[in-house]
Design a protein around this ligand. Structure first.
Ligand code: 173
Length: 325
């Protein structure tokens, strides 16, 4: 009631605003942050999502984008969402792992995301986000993109002993199993770590090493790639539950639109970045035959062992839905 009167008063004071008065009373504004720097590979699908919501959602829902890592450190966005400091985030589960250890399973899926959406996997993933992150799982992007190990030194096989590698929780179990020393950093610290030779390599998706200049310090890409990227668009759960159906509908439609474009976007991005890497003189170390099998098996085995250790309750069900027939 009080709110209505205030809006009405404001409208009287500014007759120009009379037309959207009803709309303003109905429109909700959500505050969003991204764990990835504006304009970079894993920010762009989110930015497209924001633009679409703000276009299609006029008068119903608006997203106020506060910023990327300069606005909030990437490892803090999960807590900010859980506590309601922000209403929406764009982040890999790796960055909010302390809240949701089960997130470590998402990258291990052998089923693609459309399959996981259909087979009950999303329902479980959403429930876990509800319970542990106080969040509704709106969308996932990056799913059609794998990860690589990038190096400043050549290696002869899947053996990382003697190397210090920049990691996130994504690669931790895998690179540890192959004997690497690890340094866990946010993306914003990778360049300096390479420049100072604090690390001799880093894990990162197939796309994005040009965004922050890492190609200047990268000499090798290791093939084959492994895992699936997961970047999630989440909404604070009480906030989500308080939305009206037509507001949820705007967000859901934009989420489906982002997910539907994923496979093609990833295919083009991978092709473009591989070509650019070749041009930049980045050589491919390709494991074949037995070495290839060992590399890929270590990725999966170490990954699932870790999930079983840090999330024993939910690991079997996650594995069934993410990688079962
Ligand atoms: O920081 C990372 O390497 C990482 O975990 C990640 C996950 C998804 C997309 C990009 C990076």
């Amino acid at each position: 009631m009080i709110r209505r009167r205030v809006l009405f008063g404001a409208t009287l004071a500014a007759p120009m605003l009379a037309a959207p008065r009803d709309a303003a009373a109905q429109e909700i504004t959500l505050r969003a942050v991204s764990a990835f720097q504006e304009g970079t590979a894993f920010a762009r699908p989110f930015e497209a999502f924001l633009a679409r919501v703000n276009e299609q959602g006029r008068g119903r829902v608006r997203i106020n984008f506060i910023g990327g890592p300069r606005a909030m450190p990437p490892f803090e966005v999960g807590n900010a969402l859980r506590n309601g400091v922000v209403d929406m985030i764009n982040s890999t589960a790796a960055f909010y792992e302390p809240l949701l250890p089960e997130g470590a399973a998402l990258k291990l899926a052998t089923n693609d995301w459309p399959t996981v959406r259909r087979n009950g996997g999303w329902a479980l993933i959403n429930r876990l986000h509800n319970e542990k992150v106080n969040a509704y799982h709106l969308a996932r992007h990056g799913d059609a993109m794998p990860f690589h190990l990038y190096l400043t030194r050549e290696i002869a096989g899947p053996d990382l002993r003697g190397l210090t590698i920049r990691t996130s929780p994504v690669y931790r179990a895998f690179f540890t199993a192959l004997g690497a020393n690890l340094v866990n950093t946010a993306p914003g610290e990778v360049f300096t770590a390479l420049e100072r030779n604090v690390v001799q390599g880093y894990g990162w998706p197939a796309q994005g090493i040009f965004d922050l200049g890492w190609h200047e310090r990268t000499r090798f890409r290791v093939d084959p790639p492994f895992y699936r990227v997961e970047v999630n668009i989440l909404v604070n759960l009480p906030r989500w539950n308080g939305l009206r159906p037509e507001q949820k509908q705007v967000l859901t439609e934009a989420a489906e639109w982002v997910e539907a474009g994923e496979a093609e976007r990833a295919r083009q991005a991978i092709e473009a970045d591989y070509a650019r890497m070749a041009q930049a003189g980045i050589r491919v170390i390709e494991f074949t035959g037995e070495a290839r099998d060992r590399w890929l098996r270590a990725a999966q085995d170490a990954g699932w062992e870790e999930v079983a250790r840090i999330a024993p309750q939910n690991a079997p069900e996650l594995r069934r839905l993410l990688s079962g027939a």
